[in-house]
Design a protein around this ligand. Structure first.
Ligand code: UDP
Length: 235
């Protein structure tokens, strides 16, 4: 599959056209940003890790019956995926209080929930990705009621799949953000990435942070945390 012109460059990935209009190639970069682009840096080797981890997890999710954009890993940093228009919602599932949840609601990080929580943010950098509920999302025509029901069901199922997967590898899945896309046929599929950039991973025994919080909070050992997660994945 030939890589054609670049159609998009985001914070962590570039997207290229191919000869097939239904397929695009994503190319993962080592660039890292946080706090809506305010903090910028590089995490050496991150692109390779995020590409390979995301592909591995997407294939597991696909096997469990949830459609994803994954088609084929082309190289260390490049993957062929289905072309979609992204549903402008950040879908966040949490098992344990951390980050913005702890801040908003005044709860200590590490409080374990009886049931996972599900929330949406409006993907809009100018507005700072504000939190919204499903009624707001429908009012803003970001998705239909049916699409939101499907996305919610997929997100909670993905949480169950990933929680078990990481638990077996000595990792606690604290929370994560996913994004969905719509194909030309109108099918809703899991898109974007699943990686230490988009999930909070804590070592099950020590509680050590093994994700992008090491970068956000200047904790050091960022690269080591990402490679440790690759080792846990079995890579
Ligand atoms: N997250 C993300 N992109 C964002 C915001 C959050 O991937 O733009 C992920 C983040 O890595 C964490 C989860 O979503 O795993 C919940 O993040 P939270 O709302 O606590 O925001 P944060 O504290 O990261 O600002």
């Amino acid at each position: 599959m030939e890589k054609r012109e670049q159609i998009y460059e985001g914070k962590a990935k570039k997207v290229f056209k191919t000869d097939d209009p239904s397929l695009v190639i994503v190319d993962y970069k080592d660039d890292a940003t946080a706090f809506n682009g305010l903090k910028k840096g590089t995490i050496s080797g991150k692109g390779v890790i995020n590409n390979q981890m995301s592909n591995f997890i997407m294939q597991i999710i696909e096997k469990e019956g949830i459609p994803t954009h994954f088609v084929k890993e082309l190289s260390e940093r490049e993957t062929l995926v289905k072309s979609v228009s992204i549903v402008p919602l950040e879908v966040i599932v949490r098992n344990i209080a951390a980050g913005s949840f702890s801040k908003h609601y005044g709860v200590e990080e590490g409080v374990v929930f009886d049931e996972p929580t599900l929330e949406f943010s409006y993907k809009n950098d100018d507005l700072g990705d504000p939190l919204l509920n499903s009624y707001h999302a429908i009012a803003l025509k970001l998705a239909t009621k049916e699409e939101i029901a499907l996305i919610s069901d997929y997100a909670l199922r993905i949480n169950e799949i990933m929680k078990k997967f990481w638990d077996e590898r000595g990792v606690t899945l604290v929370d994560f953000k996913i994004e969905f896309g719509k194909t030309a046929d109108g099918e809703i599929i899991l898109a974007d990435e699943i990686s230490p950039d988009t999930c909070r991973f804590w070592d099950k025994k020590t509680g050590e942070k093994l994700d992008k919080d090491r970068f956000r909070r200047d904790l050091g050992g960022v690269e080591d945390a990402y490679s440790e997660m690759m080792t846990r994945l079995g890579k």
